[in-house]
Design a protein around this ligand. Structure first.
Ligand SMILES: [Zn+2]
Length: 149
């Protein structure tokens, strides 16, 4: 099991339990289930960027799901706990537990892989900050504007 001591202080109890004790968050409760903003998802412990919002899709399973991870961002392990044979997904940088990946379920995505991940393992960073970026201003500084009086 990965050693999360170095990250203990920056993580909540739930985050720590998921990442370093392989707990699973309650389905339909995670902050990134039903969450579809543009940006990137990094490991909540070490900050390793793992998923892009473009690969997120709705699988209605209660956890955030992605059809692909960034190259070399994760490491896979065979997980035979709970009477199942599953593929565990961990952070390649700190070893934190992210979730599991399932293949060939028939989802209409580019890979038909489903990375089923705990929200608690992730930290989302928006690709732009809501309310700060403004639409490009139309250049209306023509002299004809002065007719409007
Ligand atoms: Zn990590």
């Amino acid at each position: 099991m990965a050693d999360g001591t170095a990250y203990r202080k920056k993580l909540t109890d739930e985050q720590y339990n998921v990442l370093f004790n392989k707990a699973t968050e309650t389905p339909f409760t995670g902050q990134y289930d039903n969450f579809f903003r543009q940006g990137t998802y990094a490991c909540a412990a070490c900050g390793n960027v793992i998923f892009d919002s473009e690969t997120k899709f709705e699988a209605n399973c209660g956890w955030p799901c992605f059809y692909d991870a960034r190259p070399d961002s994760v490491i896979f392990y065979v997980d035979t706990t709970m009477g199942m044979r599953r593929t565990e997904v961990t952070c390649a940088q700190c070893g934190g537990h992210l979730g599991h990946v399932f293949s060939g379920e028939g989802f209409q995505t580019l890979t038909d892989n489903r990375y089923c991940v705990n929200s608690a393992s992730l930290k989302f960073t928006p690709s732009y900050v809501d309310g700060v970026t403004t639409p490009p201003k139309k250049d209306d500084d023509d002299e004809e504007d002065e007719e409007d009086e």
